[in-house]
Ligand binder design. Structure first.
Ligand SMILES: *Cc1c(COP(=O)(O)O)cnc(C)c1O
Length: 356
């Protein structure tokens, strides 16, 4: 039986006989071929890695399984993170399952409703910090110095280790690495993880090529693309609303080693990709995730050939995380009607088996 990323990829992970096999069934997410956007761009194959299918609805679960295993192995009783939402949801879930007290610091008023609901349901202690993610993260780093507590942000190397398993799955599914991998970039842990995973599989002889790594930030929150810290990051894509990424250096290294790029996309491009994914591909991801597809769609304008290429866009989180954006941006009005056939038929102007 499939037993999560640690069970499946033990040989590639820093685990020993005494590492507890922590799992909530993370990993093994679908790689779905695009029916609309890929053909429009002339890609040989465009695939979406549906990381929203993880147990708490984002890729963070892969890394959290490893980070929690490590925390248990070293006898920790508490874990802490700063979060734009998904890390806190994941930490709270694994924390509750394995009996660890979980403390999360989130930017007050800036976390999507679904993510907050998760952290609450799992029973984490939640501190809403009157500032942005970067303020919350700085505070967490201070607390880590004075408390006996495990940091489960992506500065934790075990998070990166767990998350690299997504690259393994892509290669396992495609038979080789794609020509390019497009991924949204916030703290830049995920782009770091994928690159590590692709390199380890290539070294092990399990793939022949390495992809160009294409990272995309939101233009109001694009420190790496701009090459300077952003003090007041702003974007509808709250999961990547980060002005001073923890893995900044590493993101630059991945970009250079892979011959890739870290660029930015405007909120309108993100929202347009978000709606196209839902309306043309049947995939409902959160806004930050759609930055990968918005980025891919920009590549021809940036002089990067996508025709004839194989590309994977990582859809990092589930659309249900952020019901507010769907409600406000999808521009579908609910139509209220009396509970009888006549009223419904009349509203639909039913005739000859169809409706107008
Ligand atoms: C965390 C997150 C990101 C950003 O990943 P980083 O590793 O911080 O770059 C993107 N999308 C979603 C949905 C996330 O939860």
């Amino acid at each position: 039986m499939f037993s999560g990323v640690i069970g499946r990829y033990k040989d590639f992970l820093p685990v020993s006989g005494s590492t507890p096999e922590v799992t909530l069934g993370e990993g093994g997410t679908p790689l779905v071929r695009s029916r609309s956007i890929g053909p429009m761009l002339g890609c040989e194959g465009l695939y979406f890695k549906l990381e929203g299918c993880n147990p708490t609805g984002s890729f963070k679960d892969r890394g959290m399984a490893m980070a929690i295993a490590r925390a248990l192995e070293t006898g920790r009783e508490r874990v802490i993170c700063a979060s734009t939402g998904n890390t806190s949801a994941s930490a709270a879930a694994y924390g509750s399952r394995y009996g660890l007290e979980t403390l999360v610091l989130v930017p007050a008023g800036e976390v999507a409703l679904g993510k907050l609901a998760q952290a609450m349901a799992y029973g984490a202690r939640i501190l809403a910090v009157g500032g942005n993610f970067d303020d919350a993260f700085r505070t967490v780093m201070g607390l880590v110095d004075i408390l006996d507590i495990e940091l489960v942000n992506s500065l934790n190397p075990y998070r990166i280790q767990g998350q690299k398993t997504a690259a393994f799955e892509v290669v396992d599914d495609l038979g080789d690495a794609p020509d390019m991998l497009c991924v949204p970039v916030g703290n830049a842990g995920n782009i770091t993880s994928y690159w590590l995973g692709f390199n380890e599989y290539a070294k092990a002889g399990l793939s022949r090529k390495l992809p160009r790594m294409m990272g995309f930030q939101a233009s109001g929150s694009a420190p790496i693309a701009l090459g300077r810290r952003v003090d007041n990051p702003e974007t509808v894509a709250t999961a990547i609303r980060i002005g001073n990424p923890a893995n900044w250096e590493s993101a630059n290294r991945v970009r250079d080693e892979s011959g890739g790029m870290i660029d930015m996309v405007a909120d309108e491009e993100i929202l347009s990709a978000y709606l196209r994914l839902a309306r043309e591909e049947g995939v409902f991801c959160e806004p930050a995730s759609a930055a990968s597809v918005a980025g891919l769609m920009r590549l021809p304008d940036l002089g990067v050939e996508v025709k004839g290429k194989t590309a994977v866009c990582v859809l990092t989180g589930n659309g249900l995380k952020d019901p507010g954006t769907a409600e406000s941006r999808a521009l579908v009005e609910m139509e209220y009607v009396a509970p009888d056939l006549e009223a419904v038929a009349s509203m639909l102007s039913v005739d000859a088996g169809g409706w107008r």
